[in-house]
Design a protein around this ligand. Structure first.
Ligand SMILES: Cc1cc2nc3c(=O)[nH]c(=O)nc-3n(C[C@H](O)[C@H](O)[C@H](O)COP(=O)(O)OP(=O)(O)OC[C@H]3O[C@@H](n4cnc5c(N)ncnc54)[C@H](O)[C@@H]3O)c2cc1C
Length: 408
C-alpha cells in the first residue's frame, strides 16, 4: 500500500511524441469518458457505428466524485464488482442533534477506476486521449460538426458533450462561476473505516450546503459542498476531516451544476453535468449521468441504425430531458429553502422527518427521479463480472485521484 502522503495522481495520459495528430470523420464523437460519456458509448456497442470517445485523461484516471450511488443502479448495470461498501442507514448530524434514517433502499460507494473500466469493457468504440478546445468552424455544409482538440480537428454528424460543467461545445460566452448556477464541492480521502454514511447540516462547516463522510471500505471520502459558489470550502473540509480524527490528503474538487440546461444545442447533444443533470440539493450526479447517458445512447443508436434522423433523435432526447425539468426545479426549491430554516428548528424538523413513513415516502420519490428500473436487466443479465458483494481491492497507485486544485 502506498503511504498517504506519497500518493500522487498517476499520469497515464499520452505525452510528447505519443501525442500524434488526430483527425478525420467518425459516425459518432463522444467528448468526455466519465459516467455520462461511457454510458452513451455502451449503448452504441454492437450498432456497427464508428464511435470515437475522447478525454484529456485515460479512462478512470481521474476520480471525479465521492462515488456514491443507489446500489440497484450498480446491480442493474452489471457494475457490482466496483462496489466498495453498502449502507442501509443515513446518519444526519446537525449542531442540535443527530438523526439516523433507515433507508428504503441501499446506497453504495464504489471504486471510480474500476467502474469506468467495467463500462468501457462493454463498449466497442475507440478511445483517444485528447483535450477538447471547443467547436471548430464546419468545413462544409454537410451537417457534420467539427470539434477542435489539441491533437487535431475531428468531425462527426453526431457529437456528444459529456465534458462536465464547462459545457465546452455550447454556443455562447461560456459558463463560469460565480455567476453560473454552480455549487462547489471538495473532498479528501484519508485511510480509515466506518459503518456510517454520514452528512452534516451545520453552518459551522458551510452556510448553505452540507458536509459528508462516505466510507469506501478502507478509506473515508470526506468533503464539503456549498450551494453558494462564493463560499470557499477548503478550510472547512480540513476542519470536518480533523473533527473526524483524520488528516486531509488527496484533495479533489470540482464545480457542480445545480440547474438543468438544454439537452441539445447547435446540433450537439449534452449529457451529464454538461446538461445540468446533477440533482440540486443532494448534488447526486452519477446516477443521472448514467440514466440520461443511456437515454441518449439509445436515441443515437436509432440514428446510426437508420431508424430515425438526427433531428428526430434530437427532438426525442430533448423531450425526455425536458420531461424531468419539474423534478429538478422542485429539488432546487428545497435547496434554496434549507439554508433559511433557523438552526434550532432544523434538528427537531429532521427528527420529525425521520419517521419511517416519511423517510420511505421521500427517499422513494427521490429515487424515482432516475429510477433503477430504467436500466432494465440487459447489462445485469449479460455481465460475467457481476457479483453480489463488495468489489476487489486495487493498487492504491492506480487508485490515486486528481485534484482540480485551482478550485481550492
Ligand atoms: C467533491 C464531489 C463529490 C461528489 N460526490 C458524488 C457522489 O458521491 N455521488 C454522485 O452521484 N455525485 C457526486 N458528485 C457529482 C458527480 O461527480 C458529477 O455529477 C458526475 O461526475 C457527472 O458525470 P459526467 O460524466 O457528466 O462528468 P464528469 O464526471 O465531470 O466527467 C467529465 C469528463 O470530461 C473530461 N474532460 C473535461 N474537460 C475536458 C476537455 N477540455 N477535454 C477532454 N476531456 C475533458 C474529464 O476528464 C472527465 O473524464 C460529486 C461532485 C464533487 C465535486
Amino acid at each position: 500500500m502506498m503511504a498517504e502522503s506519497a500518493a500522487m495522481p498517476v499520469r497515464a495520459t499520452k505525452r510528447g511524441d505519443e501525442r500524434t495528430p488526430l483527425g478525420g470523420d467518425r459516425d459518432v464523437l463522444i467528448c468526455g469518458a466519465s459516467f455520462a460519456g461511457l454510458a452513451v458509448a455502451r449503448e452504441l456497442a454492437g450498432s456497427g457505428a464508428d464511435v470515437l470517445i475522447v478525454d484529456r485523461y485515460e479512462i478512470g484516471e481521474r476520480q471525479t466524485s465521492a462515488c456514491g450511488i443507489p446500489t440497484e443502479w450498480l446491480q442493474r448495470l452489471g457494475l457490482m464488482a466496483a462496489e466498495r461498501q453498502r449502507f442501509d442507514t443515513l446518519v444526519m448530524h446537525t449542531p442540535h442533534g443527530t438523526s439516523r434514517y433507515r433507508l428504503p433502499w441501499t446506497f453504495s460507494t464504489f471504486d471510480y477506476r474500476e467502474l469506468c473500466q467495467l463500462l468501457w469493457r462493454d463498449c466497442d468504440a475507440s478511445f483517444e486521449t485528447a483535450k477538447v478546445n471547443g467547436r471548430a468552424a464546419p468545413a462544409n455544409g454537410d451537417g457534420r460538426i467539427a470539434v477542435e482538440t489539441d491533437r487535431g480537428t475531428i468531425s462527426a454528424p453526431l457529437v456528444v458533450d459529456a465534458l462536465g460543467w464547462r459545457r465546452m461545445l455550447a454556443n455562447g460566452d461560456g459558463y463560469q462561476p460565480p455567476d453560473a448556477p454552480l455549487s462547489r464541492g471538495l473532498e479528501v480521502h484519508p485511510g480509515g473505516e466506518s459503518e456510517d454514511l454520514a452528512i452534516w447540516i451545520d453552518r459551522k462547516y458551510v452556510p448553505a450546503g452540507y458536509g459528508w463522510s462516505f466510507p469506501a471500505k478502507d478509506e473515508l471520502r470526506i468533503g464539503i459542498g456549498s450551494f453558494d459558489p462564493r463560499f470557499h470550502v477548503k478550510k472547512t473540509t480540513v476542519e470536518l476531516t480533523q473533527d473526524l480524527g483524520k488528516e486531509p490528503n488527496e484533495y479533489q474538487g470540482n464545480w457542480i451544476p445545480h440547474k438543468l440546461r438544454r439537452g441539445t444545442e447547435g446540433g450537439v447533444f449534452f449529457v451529464g453535468d454538461s446538461a445540468g443533470h446533477c440533482l440540486p440539493l443532494s448534488a447526486e450526479g452519477i446516477r443521472t449521468a448514467l440514466y440520461f447517458g443511456m437515454a441518449l445512447g439509445q436515441e443515437l443508436r436509432g440514428v446510426v441504425e437508420g431508424r430515425q434522423t438526427r433531428e428526430q433523435g434530437a427532438a426525442s432526447y430533448a423531450s425526455f430531458h425536458d420531461s424531468h425539468e419539474w423534478k429538478f426545479k422542485w429539488m432546487l426549491r428545497v435547496q434554496k429553502l434549507v439554508p433559511r430554516v433557523p438552526p434550532r428548528i432544523l434538528a427537531p424538523l429532521l427528527r420529525l422527518m425521520g419517521t419511517k413513513r416519511f423517510v420511505d415516502w421521500s427517499f422513494n420519490h427521490y429515487l424515482r427521479i432516475a429510477p433503477p428500473e430504467y436500466a432494465g436487466s440487459k447489462w445485469a443479465d449479460g455481465s460475467a463480472h457481476d457479483q453480489d458483494g463488495p468489489g476487489q481491492e486495487q493498487d492504491d497507485a492506480e487508485d490515486a485521484t486528481g485534484a482540480e486544485r485551482s478550485l481550492v
